[in-house]
Design a protein around this ligand. Structure first.
Ligand code: MN
Length: 210
């Protein structure tokens, strides 16, 4: 394929940088194989449906029900993973929740620990593969939700819609090599690499209402 429309973004850190929470082998396979496959398969769809090539991923998500399942699966996969890499950072570069975000989480979800627990519980309750989310809804409330497969809360088919602030991948490919079947242990560990600098920025942008 010449000049494919969508491409794999580089990881914003070395593949070993999130050890021990995310082991190097998992990071390499997850980014280099799984995410690359979503990109390649989305580009195959652009070959069949040229209008996808002129569309931002956000616009694609908002009208995903118009398109065949491979667009939903691979377009969602590309959007979700592109965001996911930026939501993690090496120790010392993670920052902390801003005062504004902390206040909003406390008002809407009962505090930071309660938010993390609710997001973890949504992730554990998600049967099979999917994602767990902190979102801002259209009426500017923070909420916890989860989606199956590579769906996300920007999709017109999502049960609960909103702007993603945090999204945690709970497919087994995200954790199985290190944590095997222990999804709860992976989630607990995930918070120690959560990139609050990026999360704060996403919250600020969502609050401004774009
Ligand atoms: Mn994944």
């Amino acid at each position: 394929m010449t000049n494919p429309t969508f491409s794999l973004p580089a990881l914003p850190y070395a593949p070993e940088a999130l050890e021990p929470s995310i082991d190097t082998a998992t990071m390499n396979i997850h980014h280099g194989k799984h995410h690359q496959a979503y990109v390649d398969k989305l580009n195959e769809q652009v070959g069949k449906i040229p209008e996808l090539g002129d569309m931002s991923l956000e616009r694609m998500m908002a009208q995903i029900s118009k398109f065949p399942a491979p667009v939903r699966n691979n377009g969602g996969g590309h959007f979700n993973h592109s965001m996911f890499w930026t939501l993690m950072a090496p120790a010392g570069l993670c920052g902390a929740p801003s005062a504004e975000l902390t206040a909003k989480i406390t008002a809407d979800l009962g505090g930071l620990d309660a938010m993390k627990e609710a997001l973890n519980n949504a992730a554990i309750a998600r049967f099979g593969s999917g994602w767990s989310w902190l979102i801002m809804t259209a009426d500017k409330k923070l909420a916890i939700t989860s989606t199956p497969n590579q769906d996300n809360p920007l999709m017109d088919v999502a049960e609960t819609k909103g702007t993603p602030i945090i999204g945690v991948d709970v497919w087994e490919h995200a954790y199985y090599l290190k944590f095997q079947n222990k999804r709860a242990d992976y989630l607990k560990s995930w918070w120690s690499v959560a990139n609050w600098n990026a999360i704060n920025q996403r919250f600020t942008a969502a609050s401004a209402g774009k």
